[in-house]
Design a protein around this ligand. Structure first.
Ligand code: FES
Length: 179
């Protein structure tokens, strides 16, 4: 099957032409018979477009990369940066691995849970925040460490800094008015 026909099927399953173009750029980084090596990039691109990874979109990625769907599911379910269900506008992932736990992340998580009124894997009623436990972000010396939407690293998250971050994100959300 040629790439054009593969692309047509993937688009029909919900991958936009823009995402496919980005995925093609990732595929081009690897030998032609190794395009499955682009799976993590492809999942990130698709998630950036849709906010999460549905089975249909993962199937489309699998088809496009000539992979078994289960191999794509395995990647998507292994890494915490992939969202397998819709969530809030902001995913707040706080690292609770041991080095961070020994340096205040558990207390930060408790503070954030109380502040937002949700537990891990829950979304606030206003749909703004989903709280997640993260695995080591490779910044153990900066604990407590958080990632916002998998992209923005926040270090040394004291209660005051958590307050500032939540306020900033709330203010930046569309439709938010500051009185
Ligand atoms: S243990 Fe938290 S960033 Fe490494």
């Amino acid at each position: 099957m040629n790439d054009h026909r593969s692309g047509a099927r993937a688009t029909a399953a919900g991958l936009s032409a823009e995402s496919l173009a980005k995925i093609d750029r990732e595929i081009a980084k690897y030998p032609p018979d190794q395009k499955r090596s682009a799976v993590m990039s492809a999942l990130t691109i698709v998630q950036d477009e849709h906010g999460w990874l549905s089975t249909a979109t993962m199937d489309a990625v699998a088809h496009y990369l000539a992979m078994a769907p289960v191999a794509v599911y395995e990647v998507a379910s292994f890494y915490t940066m992939y969202n397998l269900a819709p969530g809030g506008r902001y995913k707040l992932a706080i690292c609770t691995n041991l080095p961070c736990a020994l340096s205040g992340s558990e207390a930060a998580a408790v503070y954030l849970k109380r502040k937002l009124g949700v537990g891990f894997n829950e979304t606030t009623a206003d749909g703004l925040f989903t709280l997640k436990e993260g695995e080591c972000f490779g910044a153990c010396g900066d604990a407590p460490v958080m990632l916002v939407n998998n992209k923005r690293m926040c270090s040394f998250m004291s209660n005051e800094r958590l307050d500032e971050l939540v306020d900033e994100l709330r203010a930046a959300a569309p439709g938010t008015t500051t009185a």
